[in-house]
Design a binder for this molecule. Structure first.
Ligand code: PLP
Length: 381
């Protein structure tokens, strides 16, 4: 590739921040096991506990509420599969816009799964949540309620304060997937209603392979990997001290500038609507986090568009889960009532800590070329 490709997929994984890289490399040179009582072990233990304080600081949590895991998916599974065993749970209730990690964990409990929908802008439908809570009362079922804070596909911010007020005072357990909110919004975990939250390192410029479950003392019995007693018995397995140190460093360095991110996406959206007025922007009417736009130009399939953009050195995503290189249909857009055909044109551009206006312009230039080729009747690629 002659020119360096432009990275526009921060919601999938943000590039490693220099602070995380430095902490990771320094920690890799340490030897030993953090559970050992000798000096080598204690040096690693110090790294882990410093990382715990740094991550707790950004999450508004107490350090002891942070359980390090191998990913947010693991933290989510611990919260939901472990939670369903640890607390009396009759059903798992979740929104139709949850990440596959949440959906699959709910299925893995073997319990009934109750769903509440999204509105046309991608916001969790609070009337439907209220109906689910009323049903639980009527049937005397205790729920594990799982919601996400910020949607990874659309960037829509969910009404978590209202959900806290609705579920917090009840007997039900509340879990929040805060992966796309961490570092972007104040989570205030310790002072808020959720019993558990999940966060991830690689979405904020840390390395992949490290996440955390935030858990309140009264919910501290959730277990997935009992193992050798690490993380105070809450997650067995020798801690990944270097990854934890990098996660901590990036949590301390993280400084999300929502206005700057919103300026980049607004620039892209204005540009798209200027040369393709038929562009549909999903979640446009909702409160959004700022760094992501999810849009469709009717008639331009996303798999073809992504390939053509990739050849131009532009890395974007379809937003929905991709496995084995295939673009899947978005359950989030389906839940918003977006017709299948239009959802098949959805593309996601997401910015992050090292994005610039030049990146946004490069995307617009590439996309305009792609559209004009398509309009001339040629192949998109
Ligand atoms: N939840 C949300 C909202 C996400 O965006 C992601 C990652 O895409 C995950 C969970 C899973 O995170 P991880 O890759 O750390 O397991």
């Amino acid at each position: 590739m002659a020119k360096e490709a432009v990275y526009l997929d921060h919601n999938a994984a943000s590039p490693l921040r220099p602070e995380a890289r430095a902490a990771l490399i320094a920690a890799l040179d340490l030897t030993g096991n953090p559970s050992s009582v000798h000096g080598h072990g204690r040096a690693l233990r110090n790294l882990i506990e410093t990382g715990r304080q740094q991550v707790a600081g950004l999450a508004g949590a107490e350090p002891r509420q942070v359980v390090f895991t191998g990913s947010a998916t693991e933290a989510i599974t611990q919260a939901i599969v472990g939670g369903a065993k640890a607390f009396p749970t009759g059903a798992v209730a979740l929104s139709a816009g949850e990440h596959a990690a949440v959906q699959k964990a709910a299925e893995a409990t073997g319990l009934p799964v109750w769903t509440f929908g999204l509105d046309a802008e991608g916001r969790i439908d609070l009337d439907q949540l209220a109906a689910v809570l009323a049903r639980a009362d009527a049937e005397n079922v205790t729920l594990l309620v799982a919601v996400h804070w910020v949607n990874n596909e659309t960037g829509v911010i969910q009404p978590v304060e209202r959900i806290n007020a609705m579920v917090g005072p009840t007997r039900h357990t509340l879990f929040v997937d805060a992966v796309q909110a961490f570092g972007k919004l104040p989570l205030e975990f310790a002072a808020s209603a959720p019993d558990m939250m999940a966060i991830s390192g690689h979405k904020i410029g840390g390395p992949a392979g490290i996440g955390a479950l935030l858990v309140k003392a009264h919910a501290d019995t959730v277990r997935l990997i009992p193992g050798g007693g690490q993380e105070q018995g809450r997650r067995g397995g020798t801690e990944a001290a270097a990854l934890i140190a990098a996660f901590g460093a990036v949590a301390e360095a993280s400084a999300y500038d929502r206005d700057a991110m919103t300026a980049l996406t607004a620039h892209v959206e204005r540009g798209l609507q200027a040369f393709a007025p038929e562009t549909v922007i999903f979640g446009h009417g909702a409160n959004r986090i700022g760094n992501v736009t999810n849009f469709a130009v009717p008639g331009l399939g996303n798999a073809t568009a992504m390939m053509a953009l990739d050849l131009m050195g532009l890395s974007v995503s379809s937003g929905s889960a991709c496995s084995s290189g295939k673009v899947g249909a978005s359950h989030v857009l389906a839940a918003m009532g977006v017709p299948k055909d239009l959802a098949g044109s959805a593309l996601r551009v997401s910015f992050g800590w090292n994005s610039t206006m030049a990146d946004a312009d490069a995307f617009l230039a590439g996309f305009e070329t792609l559209l004009s080729r398509q309009k001339r009747g040629g192949k998109a690629a």
